[in-house]
Design a protein around this ligand. Structure first.
Ligand code: ZN
Ligand code: ZN
Ligand code: ZN
Length: 323
């Protein structure tokens, strides 16, 4: 997932990567925009501001996920948006908070950016909705490069917030829909509904982008469709898994959900299918050990060695190896 990304810095234990395709966007933007500013440097600063707003939005997700006991150590900034690789505990409440915290950052930024814009451009004019919209959308050249730049920052933040809150999975709004439904229907069916709504929404967006010839938006909707299809597949897995009983002792070290009972593993040595947990991390046929093998939690998607799933285990007579 970090292929083609440049490591920028690490803060609060979270490493931030920038995907190189950002430079394409930068080139495209720098060359295609008209003469909104009297100097190119402001065009560049506008892109840096967009980058900064996306970044702190992602930090909102990552830090909220940590605050409920989840793990988050990577943020990648793609041209299609930022991604905080978060694994919150597998509970609807923890999931909801980890998602809501991103858009919440943009909500908090509204009064901050509006305040700075207003104090810079029209400190003596009353801040009414009419005055505000007029000055924001038609910032006069007399406001200078700084005034025009600040109006764009206000707009970028609001547009990002509105777009992100569309109930189209995998956008934040779609994930919020998923977490809310999860309280009522369980995670599998909730994800199924959210992914179908996401497919319909991103399909509409693609249709609209195609008809209006907006190439960037077409690429974004293609990405959204791809992710919604993946989520649909995951919902099928989750719905199937919800019927399978769990081992009470062996738990995912990240989300604390018990491992499912069943012969889901295939021995790399002798091709025997076996239950990793019932046979204590070894193949019941050839006794190859898999204690250090990294496995992915089917629910929170976190990867950890088998031995860590055993860490919480005490004596479980049912699950002793039969050797
Ligand atoms: Zn977000
Ligand atoms: Zn897990
Ligand atoms: Zn074997």
């Amino acid at each position: 997932m970090r292929t083609g990304s440049i490591r920028l810095f690490k803060i609060f234990g979270i490493t931030v990567y920038l995907h190189i395709s950002w430079f394409l966007i930068l080139l495209f933007e720098m060359s295609s925009r008209g003469h909104y500013y009297s100097s190119e440097i402001w065009q560049f600063l506008e892109i840096v501001a967009l980058f900064g707003i996306v970044l702190i939005h992602e930090f909102g997700h990552a830090l909220a996920c940590r605050s409920v006991g989840g793990s988050a150590d990577t943020i990648i900034l793609w041209p299609f948006g930022g991604f905080a690789y978060v694994s919150p505990p597998w509970r609807p409440g923890a999931m909801l908070w980890s998602i809501v915290a991103g858009p919440l950052v943009n909500v908090i930024l509204i009064p901050v950016t509006v305040g700075i814009f207003w104090l810079t451009v029209a400190p003596h004019v009353a801040l009414t909705p009419h005055n505000f919209l007029d000055l924001l959308l038609n910032t006069p050249a007399t406001a200078g490069n700084l005034g025009r730049f600040l109006s764009r920052v206000v707009l970028i933040n609001i547009v990002l917030l509105i777009f992100n809150m569309l109930p189209v999975y995998p956008l934040d709004g779609g994930k919020i829909l998923w977490s809310l439904l999860w309280f009522v229907t369980g995670e599998g069916l909730a994800l199924r509904i959210a992914s179908v709504v996401g497919l319909l929404g991103s399909g509409l967006l693609a249709w609209w982008a195609f008809n209006s010839g907006q190439i960037y938006l077409m690429a974004v909707s293609a990405f959204l469709i791809f992710e919604a299809v993946n989520a649909y597949r995951q919902s099928t897995r989750l719905m199937m898994m919800s019927k399978i009983p769990r081992h009470s002792q062996y738990r995912c070290p990240n989300c604390d959900q018990g491992a499912r009972v069943g012969a889901f593993w295939t021995c790399a040595n002798c091709s025997t299918h076996f239950d990793m947990f019932a046979s204590h991390g070894q193949c019941p046929n050839c006794h190859a050990s898999f204690m250090n093998t990294e496995i992915r939690c089917p629910e929170c998607r976190a990867v950890s060695p088998v031995s860590h799933w055993f860490a919480a285990a005490t004596v479980d007579p049912i699950d002793q190896p039969k050797s």
